[in-house]
Design a protein around this ligand. Structure first.
Ligand code: BMA
Length: 310
């Protein structure tokens, strides 16, 4: 049986469900709020630039979109300057203090960087600050402070090393530093070209589970798959193991072909009390899908059939 059990009615949300004009629905952050599942999804508009929409669900499968987008590029100030080309791939971090932190990629003529926003109720959103310089994507924040510091995984671009996962720390969410590399792709492996943080990490008894994406180059383009890594609870810069095998690859027709072919890409997962996790992924940068995995199986992949992180 495959590690991730796909939901039988995938895809769960597509452009035709959205009450304003968009051509894709994908790469969504997902969390629980007030007993409901909230999805903050990316959509390409007909000009090719992206915005973030919002949808709600009682069961984590059937999502109802609201009639207006949730985050759009600002038109002035620092956000206007750096969000002109669009906002993409948002992650939601439910801090144990109650707030929901949102990190997303902002594109502009200056490159791509990460923005931080916050909401308490998914009605209003406050954009807080840019939290990286250019060439950074895929930032996920850990849902608890560790040793008094906020902790995040990020993914800088490098011409020398394949794109890898780093960790950074902050006292206030705005200024980040003490960065170091925690995980690299493995040559001639399913993730050899580049890796990046995916869903916001969640806590298990054995460690923080990080569902990440890895990319393999082929003659017909890149293939995006998902894998797992386990970070030490009290020091997430230590990786206890990286699963050697991918947990999900493009197989369904809407994962093999769409806006960008051969892509499964996650920005969100919800761990449930029954020991399963709902993993949400964009199929071919065009539709939203969901599947379920047993958390212990994912942990065992890291600890028993793992590879070193570096
Ligand atoms: C990455 C990001 C993702 C996208 C993926 C596949 O570089 O742009 O948003 O899903 O490529 O196209």
């Amino acid at each position: 049986m495959s590690v991730v059990r796909r939901y039988k009615n995938n895809p769960i949300l597509t452009a035709s469900d959205i009450p304003y004009e968009v051509v894709t629905v994908h790469n969504a952050g997902v969390t629980k709020y007030n007993g409901k599942y909230i999805m903050l999804f990316r959509s390409h508009k007909t000009n090719g630039r992206s915005i973030i929409g919002i949808a709600e669900s009682d069961d984590g499968y059937k999502f109802i979109p609201r009639d207006k987008p949730f985050i759009e590029p600002s038109s002035d100030g620092i956000f206007g300057e750096y969000e002109e080309y669009g906002v993409e791939d948002l992650r939601i971090c439910h801090m144990d203090s109650g707030e929901y932190l949102l990190t997303y990629s902002a594109y502009s003529k200056h490159g791509v960087r990460i923005m931080l926003a916050r909401t308490y109720d998914f009605q209003t959103v406050e954009k807080i600050a840019p939290i990286s310089q250019a060439d950074m994507r895929n930032v996920v924040i850990f849902p608890e402070k560790i040793d008094g510091q906020y902790v995040r995984l990020d993914r800088p671009h490098s011409e020398i090393s394949p794109w890898s996962v780093w960790i950074s720390y902050s006292p206030d969410l705005v200024y980040w530093g003490n960065s170091k590399i925690v995980m690299k792709p493995v040559t001639y492996h399913w993730d050899e070209m580049k890796i990046g943080p995916g869903a916001t990490p969640f806590k298990t008894k054995e460690g923080w589970l990080n569902i990440y994406h890895g990319v393999f180059p082929t003659m017909s383009g890149a293939v995006y798959r998902l894998g797992v890594a386990l970070h030490k609870l009290d020091d997430p810069s230590v990786i206890l193991g990286v699963g050697d095998d991918f947990i999900l690859q493009p197989e369904d027709p809407w994962e093999l072909s769409g806006y960008v072919d051969n892509v499964v890409f996650t920005c969100g997962a919800v761990d449930e009390e029954d020991g399963t996790v709902k993993i949400y992924w964009g199929g071919s940068d065009k539709v939203m899908c969901v599947g379920e995995a047993d958390i212990q199986t994912l942990v065992d992949m890291c600890l028993k059939r793992g590879r070193p992180a570096l």
